[in-house]
Every structure is written in C-alpha cells, then in structure tokens.
Write a protein that binds this ligand. Structure first.
Ligand code: NDP
Length: 234
C-alpha cells in the first residue's frame, strides 16, 4: 500500500535521489523545495524549513494531496564552513537553525499525524562529520551530531506509538560539492575510504528506503553509516 512520504530538500542532490527511490518503492512522495522549480514527476511544496509557518503550510498541502505524512525524511541542510576563530555567530546560528532546528520543526509537525495513526518512520540525514568532526566545520558538525541526540530522544519518546526514528550518516557522496574539490584533495579523500570511492546519491537513497520499509520495523535510535567504511561504524 502506498504511504504518504515527505522529503525535505528534495529538489536536488541526495534528497532528490531519496524521493525518487521511495517513489519507485510505490509511495506517494512529496518534496519540499526552497528555490527554483519542483522536480519533475514529484509533488513539490515550497517551504523554507527555518520558518514554522511555512512548515505548517507545507504539511497542510501534503495532507490534502496524500494524507498525513507517514514517512518523514529530514534531509534539507546547508554548510557555512570557516575556522572557529573566523566563524561569525550568524553563520554558526544559520547552520544550526537549518540543520538541527529545521529537523525539529518538521519532526514536531509530522508526529502529530503519526501518533494518531500509531505508526510512522522518521529518518534524519546527518553526516560522518557529525561523529568524527572536521576542521572548518564546527557549526556543521555540531548540527549533525545534534541530530543523533535528537533522534535517540524521539526514539525513546515515540517507540510505544510504533514510530521509529533513525539517522543516516553519509560520508563523501558524489555531488556538485565534492566534484568541485581539487583533483589532489579528491584522491586524498578516496585513500582514506576503505571502499576507495565516493558514495553515490543512490547509495544513500537505498539505505533510507530500507529504514522506511516494513523490514526495518525493529530498528530505532540507530545511526546507519553510508560512508564506504570511513567512520568504521563510528
Ligand atoms: P544540496 O546542497 O545538493 O541540497 C540541499 C537541499 O536542501 C536543497 O534541496 C536545498 O534547497 C535544501 N535546503 C537548504 N536549506 C533549506 C531551507 N532553509 N529550507 C528548505 N530547504 C532547504 O545537498 P546534498 O544533497 O549534498 O545534501 C543533502 C543532505 O545530506 C544535507 O543535509 C547534507 O548535510 C547531507 N550530507 C551530504 C553529504 C555530501 O557529500 N553531499 C555528506 C553527508 C551529509 P535549495 O535547492 O532551494 O537550496
């Protein structure tokens, strides 16, 4: 039976791959997009996740089209990299507000319907950087580590309602961001990855598809690395 799925930041990159994967699995998939156009073939709702009123309006549109959200993938994220000594408070807060508080806003709105239904899946997209740290990414790493504590608290709060909450922690994934790195840096990164390559957006999407599936019904509070072994399970 098709479920109502919402993927935030589903207009490109990893979010788009997740949305397409879940659609292929037979779900009714909606994506949020902030700028530009909604992706072809997917139900798009415009939403900036730093604004609770926009989050509420987006959920209302999805509920009208597909019913209450049964699977939430909180994927939208940004980075504003800088060494700590040079990092502004504004850039620190902006990254936290999108990556961590943004996940709080959408999860809080989604659990309403899930609690009523006594079932649901919440999947938060973190990063290997959240657990390993990364110079120049203190704000980003803090936001991604925060998602783990957030998810595990929700897993404890919501387990009795048959709602699972899990984290996916991708490593280096082939996206515009990683392609823009100098060739030498790319080779260095790959040397540290036991599988010797970047991940693909499909690698991440397949893990999310599993966590969203019936087969993952007894998994909650987990952090699933999709990083080619870079973090060694953290
Ligand atoms: P992209 O930069 O390609 O896409 C980010 C998405 O998030 C876009 O759809 C963007 O919308 C959306 N977004 C950003 N800010 C907001 C906001 N305030 N409100 C709503 N939507 C917003 O990122 P990736 O696909 O590379 O990454 C997706 C997730 O995976 C992120 O959380 C990232 O931190 C994480 N990740 C990525 C890795 C990688 O190697 N790429 C590795 C590990 C984790 P818009 O198009 O309008 O800007």
């Amino acid at each position: 039976m098709s479920r109502s799925v919402l993927v935030t930041g589903g207009s490109r990159g990893i979010g788009l791959a997740i949305a397409r994967e879940l659609k292929e699995a037979g779900d009714d998939v909606a994506v949020t997009y902030r700028t530009g156009q909604p992706p072809e073939g997917l139900f798009g709702v415009q939403c900036d996740i730093t604004d609770s009123a926009q989050v509420d309006a987006a959920f209302k549109q999805v509920e009208e089209a597909h019913g209450p959200v049964e699977v939430l993938v909180a994927n939208a994220g940004i980075n504003k990299d800088q060494l700590l000594a040079l990092m502004s408070e504004e850039d620190f807060n902006a990254v936290l507000d999108t990556n961590l508080t943004g996940a709080f806003r959408v999860a809080k709105r989604a659990v309403r319907g899930m609690m009523r239904k006594r079932s649901g899946r919440i999947i938060l997209i973190s990063s290997v950087v959240g657990l390993a740290g990364s110079p120049g990414q203190a704000n980003y790493a803090a936001s991604k580590a925060g998602l783990v504590g957030f998810a595990r608290s929700l897993a404890r709060e919501l387990g009795s309602r048959n709602i699972t909450v899990n984290v996916v922690a991708p490593g280096y994934i082939e996206t515009d961001m990683t392609a823009a790195l100098p060739e030498k840096r790319q080779e260095e990164i790959k040397k540290n990855v036991p599988l010797g390559r970047y991940g693909t957006t499909a690698d991440v999407a397949k893990a999310v598809r599993f966590l969203a599936s019936e087969d993952a019904g007894y998994i909650t509070g987990a952090v699933i690395p999709v990083d080619g072994g870079l973090g060694m399970g953290h």
